[in-house]
Design a protein around this ligand. Structure first.
Ligand code: SF4
Length: 284
């Protein structure tokens, strides 16, 4: 039995249409050292065989391993929010976005239904992304302060955005099983990128990140360190790799509108991330 590639952007009438921004793991046939499995549930198992970030990204976008999330991301792409009625949604898993050799990886939890699930690029097209990209630009880590679409020309400098779960979940809450199933993508991305700092946004992302790291061989203290804004957690892997987790309140509209996270707080965390990552200070 052979497997067909997943749908590309979901057209308004629900039929698949062309125009995907990334290559297909199946159609280009050059993604992993291993063969594409017959069972789509096995696709994450190919992540360790990806020899480059580009190959991993191409693998991710074809994944259909979580039936609940596949159904949701595609349903959202068919029904659409009224404001985006004339747009084709990405409606597929999200690859990471940014520098493939980034010193800093920024980790959320999962794509938003009408943001990155629509635009096809991490944090792009929603209010959380508006806050994040503006801060990255102030920190000299993004070429522009706004992100509107996957082809808006935005570049990240020394930063890569990613998530433990690559498909938009209902109510923004993936299940533990879905997070586990998606873990090999994040684990391989960390291996290939090798960030000196992993900036984790929010408590849900922090817990998901720790769980994934434990499953993937990182030495995480017990009891598990709790999330707090500004938390720093140096970690080592059994193979000798090292990184530092840095906690930051999520850039959600709720946190920003209530003052839980201010621009100054976000700037301070990004400044600390730059320092830990050894990137040149902007203000020196
Ligand atoms: S959440 Fe991850 S494992 Fe599940 S379908 Fe999406 S990409 Fe695949």
């Amino acid at each position: 039995m052979t497997r067909s590639a997943g749908p590309e952007r979901v057209a308004r009438d629900g039929a698949a249409s062309g125009g995907a921004a990334s290559g297909s793991a199946v159609s280009d046939g050059a993604v992993s050292d291993g063969a594409v499995p017959d069972d789509v549930a096995d696709l994450p198992s190919l992540a360790p065989g990806c020899s480059s970030v580009a190959a991993l990204d191409a693998l991710v976008v074809d994944c259909r391993a979580c039936p609940r999330l596949v159904a949701w991301r595609e349903e959202v792409g068919r029904t659409r929010r009224a404001a985006f009625r004339d747009q084709e949604y990405w409606a597929r898993p999200l690859p990471g976005f940014g520098d493939p050799e980034a010193a800093i990886q920024v980790v959320g939890l999962a794509p938003s239904a009408h943001g990155s699930n629509r635009t096809g690029r991490m944090f792009t097209g929603d209010r959380s992304g508006d806050v994040l990209f503006a801060a990255l630009h102030r920190a000299g880590l993004a070429s522009r302060p706004t992100a509107t679409s996957a082809d808006d020309g935005l570049r990240l400098n020394g930063v890569r955005l990613t998530a433990p779960v690559r498909c938009a979940p209902p109510a923004d809450r993936p299940t533990p099983a879905e997070r586990r199933r998606c873990g090999p993508y994040l684990a391989r991305e960390l291996e290939l990128v090798g960030p000196r700092v992993v900036l984790v946004l929010g408590g849900f992302g922090w817990r998901a990140m720790l769980a994934t790291l434990v499953e993937q061989g990182w030495d995480v203290p017990r009891p598990r360190p709790r999330f707090r804004h500004g938390a720093e957690l140096p970690l080592v892997h059994a193979d000798g790799r090292a990184t530092t987790l840095l906690g930051c309140y999520h850039v959600s509209p709720r946190n920003v509108s209530t003052g839980v996270l201010t621009p100054a707080m976000l700037d301070a965390v990004l400044h600390r991330a730059r320092t830990l990552a050894g990137l040149a200070a902007l203000d020196s």
